[in-house]
Ligand binder design. Structure first.
Ligand code: PLP
Length: 399
């Protein structure tokens, strides 16, 4: 029995490497058989505590019962019916209405499939609204891998091979007071992650973010806040910007928005969004955006986040991690709710800790722009016992 299991594992892995296009020479390559709550189970019967929530989407863990029920119900009614924006689809309508009810003034939701698509849509909306050519973005920010979103990336290590990308993108440093003067009347939008994620969890200085907001309003540039990772309760409020006394012109959501199903959105006031309906008509369209099954999953996810105490417990759970992590190599822990960047000083150490954790059945990761920092961003449903278990495994790593 065991032998069969191993042979199955070996052959599936080989086929994965051969036929499923790879993004790096070193995929994690766990062969997942099932997933539930905060746990992943592989084909050998080993279980793993998921400390990274699939890099964001699994805010309610894997196959949350309320989300599962909504998905099953929707799959029993209808799936794809027509391209986005034509038919009245109840899961989309209800999700958009519920989002609008908790977002100040942002009452029109354009549904897409992913984070990168949300970025692309927002960039086009900003150009259409302002008629301006430029964008200002932050260094070490990640907004997606499609060409418009990738144009926003600096440094260009991940994008140089794909040049030329969009011209007219200027960069400022997150949290640095020098920079906002770059925002002038040629700038269509300033795009910022409310909390920088792939830089290794960097919360904003309130004064800096507010100054950015003011400068945008003065110059007529739109402020786009990317909460694709920071949104949906991760930082302790449903949306991170709620903690900083500002409101964006356009908000980007994805990842946790679909509760594990593919869903993204850019959200703006109706007066702004309606520009996409004319000059040109159909200037921004998508076939699958807001897929009914994903929208049903998104609505169920939002209901759980709004109707339970999960989000209010986020900070306490994040603090539990912070207080119990005591690995001797820790240099700094940065935190935004249940999202921690644990700096251990080198990539080599991060790799050793990740390998140790995997061996012990705990999944962690590093960050795209910060490879000496360990990523901890578990499902928000994680229990205190699971947090203690995770910390004891990390603390015991030889690095
Ligand atoms: N924006 C942020 C802040 C992200 O973290 C990501 C993905 O990691 C994206 C955008 C892109 O999202 P997606 O991978 O769904 O295209």
């Amino acid at each position: 029995m065991r032998k069969t299991g191993f042979m199955h594992y070996a052959s599936q892995r080989a086929l994965f490497l051969q036929h499923v296009a790879q993004t790096s020479p070193a995929p994690l390559a766990l062969e997942i058989e099932s997933a539930s709550g905060c746990w992943l189970h592989d084909v050998s019967g080993k279980k793993y505590l998921d400390l990274i929530a699939g890099i964001g989407p699994s805010v309610l863990g894997h196959r949350h019962p309320h989300v599962l029920e909504a998905v099953l119900q929707q799959t029993g009614q209808y799936w794809h019916t027509l391209v986005y924006g034509e038919y009245v689809l109840s899961p989309q309508v209800k999700l958009a209405e519920r989002l609008a009810s908790v977002l100040p003034g942002l009452d029109s939701v354009f549904f897409v499939n992913s984070g990168a698509e949300a970025t692309e849509g927002a960039m086009k909306l900003a150009k259409r609204a302002t008629g301006r050519p430029h964008f200002v973005a932050c260094r070490n920010a990640y907004h997606g891998s499609t060409q418009g979103a990738a144009s926003l990336m600096s440094p260009d290590d991940f994008t140089r091979a794909f040049h030329p990308l969009l011209p007219g993108v200027f960069h400022i440093n997150f949290n640095e007071t020098a920079g906002p003067e770059l925002i002038d009347d040629r700038v269509a939008a300033v795009i910022v992650e409310t909390v920088q994620g792939e830089a290794g969890v960097i919360p904003p200085d309130t004064g800096w973010l507010q100054a950015l907001r003011r400068r945008c309003s003065e110059t007529g540039a739109l402020l786009i806040l990317d909460e694709i990772q920071a949104g949906m309760g991760r930082t302790g409020t449903l949306f991170a910007f709620e903690q900083y006394g500002i409101v964006p012109d356009i908000l980007l959501l994805a990842k946790g928005l679909g509760g594990g199903m593919p869903l993204g959105a850019f959200i703006a006031p109706k007066s702004l969004m309606q520009l996409l309906t004319h000059d040109p008509v159909l200037g921004h369209i998508t076939t699958f955006g807001g897929h009914p099954v994903s929208a049903a999953a998104g609505l169920a996810t939002l209901e759980v986040l709004l109707d339970t105490d999960l989000v209010s417990l986020v900070k306490r759970k994040g603090d539990l991690f912070r207080n119990q992590l005591n690995h001797p190599e820790i240099r700094e822990i940065r935190q935004a709710g249940l999202w921690l960047g644990v700096d251990v000083g080198s990539f080599e150490r991060v790799q050793k800790i990740i390998a140790h954790c995997l061996h012990e059945g705990v999944v962690t990761d590093w960050f795209l722009f910060n490879n000496h920092t360990l990523r901890i961003a578990p499902p928000l449903i994680i229990s205190e016992e699971e947090i203690s278990l995770a910390c004891s495994v990390i603390n015991a790593a030889k690095a």
